[in-house]
Design a protein around this ligand. Structure first.
Ligand SMILES: [Fe+2]
Ligand SMILES: [Fe+2]
Length: 315
């Protein structure tokens, strides 16, 4: 099999950054506290369901959460449920060897806790219809997961930097919107993990910017321009994401202010020296981010107007 110059470049870069990956892995392991999903679930609220145990089937009145929090929790859980797809995608990018392989497996094991704890919470508290949830999970996972940028190392690493931060924001704000302190506590714990994951990937991109600034800059620009949430393949995602945006759990403003900009700032994108295509990519990014900011402001204005109209109607 012949190796393309692009593949050769990516492999060379990963070899060059292996020492950084090792350091980042050690830093992660030292900072990631052990935690236990079962300790975050209020088991005393649980009772048997219908089926083999002959308990009570789920009814809408069982759920104490409001509709928006429910939709958001479902999206967050289905996203976490698709872990086998992400595992494959990330293993295709990082491979199985050395610190990269160790990271892939550790990351996967940590991510698995998220689906466990959210599902247990939702089932025990009867927050959502468990049959609809299971059917949605089957459908979503059967579609698999396709990384937008294939196996490219720089694109893959840049994407997960933003994605981990995006899921951190989504979990944290879903917890707040739930109105249940136990749900908030559970999702705050999950969000803490996502933050640590983000730091690993973000530091890798930072190191890549030192070694291959122009190529890394190009990858960042393409990832920001084409960014989609990992759960975008969920059935009815568009409708659900509008509900989530209208509630301020995850919207364009948060995406711009709390996800895109913090990474770009941390990478000192605007202060670095780029040449050729790297310089061009940064210009494109500046233009895109300004347009994103404008779109976020327009969205906020429309949302405010809609809320004001609704409030006036209710008077
Ligand atoms: Fe997660
Ligand atoms: Fe994560």
């Amino acid at each position: 099999m012949s190796v393309t110059p692009e593949e050769k470049f990516q492999t060379g870069l990963m070899l060059e950054l292996e020492g950084v990956a090792e350091k980042e892995l050690d830093r992660h392991l030292a900072g990631a506290d052990e935690w236990f999903p079962h300790q975050y679930v209020p088991w005393n609220q649980g009772r048997d369901f219908d089926g083999p145990l002959g308990g009570d089937g789920w009814e809408p009145g069982d759920s104490k959460l409001d509709g928006v929090a429910r939709e958001s929790l479902i999206v967050n859980l289905l996203t976490e449920d698709n872990l086998p797809g992400y595992h494959r995608a990330i293993a295709d990018v990082f491979g199985r060897d050395g610190a990269w392989g160790t990271w892939v497996n550790r990351w996967t094991a940590e991510e698995n806790r998220h689906g466990i704890v959210i599902r247990d919470y939702l089932t025990v508290t009867r927050a959502v219809d468990p049959i609809a949830l299971e059917r949605a999970r089957m459908k979503h996972m059967e579609m698999g997961y396709e990384a937008a940028h294939g196996t490219a190392f720089l694109h893959g690493t840049a994407y997960v930097s933003f994605q981990e931060l995006a899921t951190r924001v989504a979990h944290r704000n879903t917890g707040r919107a739930s109105g249940d302190p136990l749900c908030e506590q559970m999702l705050a714990r999950v969000a803490k993990d996502e933050n640590l994951h983000m730091i690993f990937y973000r530091n890798m991109v930072d190191a890549a910017l030192e070694v291959a600034p122009n190529e890394t800059m190009r990858a960042i620009t393409e990832v920001v321009k084409n960014f989609e949430m990992p759960g975008h393949g969920i059935e009815g995602f568009l409708r659900k994401s509008v509900i989530i945006a209208n509630a301020g759990i995850y919207d364009l403003r948060l995406h711009h202010d709390d996800v895109v900009q913090p990474c770009l700032r941390k990478w000192r994108i605007w202060d670095r020296e780029f040449t050729g295509d790297g310089a061009k990519a940064r210009d494109e990014l500046a233009e895109f981010v300004a347009a994103l900011d404008d779109a976020a402001t327009k969205f906020e204005t429309r949302r405010e107007e809609r809320r004001a109209r609704q409030a006036a109607k209710q008077k």
